[in-house]
Design a protein around this ligand. Structure first.
Ligand code: PLP
Length: 429
């Protein structure tokens, strides 16, 4: 039989660079042919050959209810009939802003945009405009979208300025970004000591989902908050991935339980708040948000911002995940996958560690959970690739790279998880 995925991939490569509209979809890290998705429903999608997969990516996080949830579909259909886009304000934008603010006490005002990249980039511009400073800190292994200032890797040595990780990013831009190791309190203190007075902001993924799944330790987050306050730098939590995915109060809610009074100055959201439509947001302290145009001098805008179909999708999604018991049930499901995989790995003698929070998980072919990017990269790449393909062949779709997190949705059933564990038994046989 003709492999229609391969056929489409070849056709795509003629007209789209690398055949994909976002690089990780190309399977470069794991090799092989990307699966072209024909349709999806619940916890599954079907590829161009008609093969069914249990989907543990869920569009890289947004599909927390599974694909095609009837209430979300209905809300979107209703919105479509009212119009696609107006470029003028709508009541639904207020409803979504109110829903976000109700769930996240650190957000007093919020602005809607269309992608996580846009939200992160705008939040950083706002932090710079508010503080009148230029420098920012990011952490190695964290991803905040593909804005120029964020495509930066660490310079050599502590507290030196970064170098571009992408062609096309001027060195002058990268030089305003300081890249530090994640979970390293000493490096953080040294950076603040040297540059604290010039720092506009520190941006961090509280649970780093772009180096698979690495939690910021509580002492690290606590010290980060203290230093930002002491030096007048704004703390931005990038919750594009963790927001309404690890819990209804997001990752910041978890840290607030462990660190009394903990709150970021700004939060960046995306993925789940759009329920699969292009929608993201940034928000936080009212005095900071007041610097945004049209009130203040920090410019930010968007033709499709607060799109009426996307806001309908996001609102319906937030409504469903706010139902009592939603996250208890999702967390229990994710835990059963996580504990099951660990048990299979142990039986098969595979070095394995795994962690989860809410509907987000990450596994490593390492005996212990890593604490930073350097440790994540000690994973045996070829062993990961073999496991990935063995699972894919059996109809289980994990992320096609070892530095990506995984996602469980409310639509995953016990039977899906049992089938996944049986596939892992085979993969490691
Ligand atoms: N921030 C984080 C933590 C992300 O995981 C991502 C995307 O994966 C982004 C920002 C960028 O979001 P988008 O892909 O919507 O531009």
């Amino acid at each position: 039989m003709m492999d229609r995925n391969q056929f489409l991939f070849e056709r795509a490569q003629a007209v789209i660079p690398g055949g994909v509209n976002s690089p990780v979809r190309a399977f470069r890290a794991v090799g092989g042919t990307p699966r072209f998705v024909a349709r999806a429903q619940g916890a599954y999608f079907w590829d161009a050959n008609g093969k069914q997969y249990v989907d543990y990516i869920g569009s890289w996080g947004p599909m927390i209810l599974g694909h095609g949830h009837p209430k979300v579909v209905e809300a979107v259909q209703r919105a479509v009939l009212e119009g696609f886009s107006f470029g003028a304000p709508t009541e639904r934008e207020i409803e979504l802003a109110e829903a976000i603010i109700k769930l996240l006490p650190s957000i007093e005002q919020v602005r809607l945009v269309s992608s996580g990249t846009e939200a992160g980039m705008s939040a950083i511009r706002l932090a710079r405009g508010f503080t009148g400073r230029s420098l920012m800190v990011k952490f190695e292994g964290c991803y905040h979208g593909h804005a120029d200032a964020l495509l930066v890797k660490a310079g050599s040595g502590l507290a030196t300025f970064g170098h571009p990780t992408s062609a096309g990013v001027p060195a002058e831009v990268a030089q305003h970004t300081l890249v530090l190791p994640y979970n390293d309190v000493e490096a953080l203190e040294a950076a603040f000591q040297t540059h604290g007075d010039q720092l506009a902001t520190v941006i961090i993924e509280p649970i780093a989902g772009n180096m698979n799944f690495v939690r910021a330790s509580v002492p690290f987050m606590k010290r980060l908050r203290e230093l930002c306050t002491q030096y007048g730098a704004l703390l931005i939590l990038d919750e594009v991935m963790t927001g309404f995915r690890v819990g209804l109060s997001c990752a910041q809610g978890l840290y607030a339980q462990a660190i009394p009074g903990f709150a970021p100055d700004l939060t960046v959201l995306g993925k789940v708040i759009g329920g699969g439509m292009p929608l993201a947001a940034f928000g936080g302290r009212r005095d900071v948000m007041a610097k945004l145009a049209p009130l203040g001098g920090v410019y930010q805008a968007g033709t499709l911002s607060g799109n009426p179909v996307a806001t309908a999708c996001g609102l319906a999604t937030l409504q469903e995940i706010s139902q009592p018991g939603f996250f208890e049930s999702l967390s229990a499901k994710t835990r059963s996958l996580v504990q099951g995989l660990k048990a299979v790995a142990d039986r098969r003698g595979v070095p394995f560690s795994i962690d989860s929070e809410g509907g987000m998980f990450g596994f490593f072919l390492l005996p212990q959970l890593p604490q930073n990017y350097q440790e994540v990269m000690k994973t045996d790449g070829p062993a990961f690739n073999r496991f990935f393909h063995a699972m894919l062949d059996q109809g289980v779709y994990f992320a096609p790279a070892l530095y990506e997190a995984g996602f469980v949705s409310a639509a995953h059933t016990d039977a899906d998880i049992a089938a996944t564990l049986a596939a892992a038994e085979q993969a490691w046989a």
